[in-house]
Design a protein. Structure first.
Length: 148
């Protein structure tokens, strides 16, 4: 796969704005391992190799196991995820696939049982950001850095 263009160089103002969003997300108080799980799951859905490689590496650095990472596509059937993680993963899928799901009420209710209002808004910001990063990387064919 050959990269089409470097969006960060062509549109540095947009890149800087995205980094501002990432700074907010990093400091919002949500658990970093949880954030990495939802970023991986959204990137799996979107087929973003660059973001998958990055966030799997980050998750491993935070102590995430390969077994749980491998089970993410089947998290509903895997007993290794907490109720909070399951709620976050369901929310991640619904928000990532918003055109198809319209984020169902039952998914919202499950998320509200596990997250405060602020946490749910911050989780949604994290999903907005990873979906934006996925779209940039997929559209412009950014290859994973350590796999190329």
């Amino acid at each position: 796969m050959e990269q089409r263009l470097d969006a960060h160089k062509v549109g540095p103002g947009g890149y800087k704005a995205m980094l501002g969003m990432e700074a907010y997300i990093s400091g919002c108080g949500l658990e970093q391992p949880l954030l990495e799980l939802v970023k991986i799951r959204a990137s799996q859905i979107n087929g973003c190799a660059f973001c998958l490689a990055m966030h799997i590496d980050e998750a491993r650095k935070l102590g995430e196991t390969d077994d749980r990472i491998h089970m993410l596509p089947a998290w509903r059937e895997a007993p290794s995820f907490s109720m909070r993680e399951c709620a976050a993963l369901a929310w991640a899928e619904a928000v990532t696939l918003v055109a198809a799901t319209h984020v169902p009420d039952d998914v919202y209710e499950e998320a509200r049982r596990e997250f405060t209002e602020k946490e749910l808004v911050d989780l949604t910001y994290a999903l907005m950001a990873i979906n934006a990063w996925n779209r940039l990387a997929v559209a412009f064919r950014r290859p994973p850095e350590h796999l190329s």
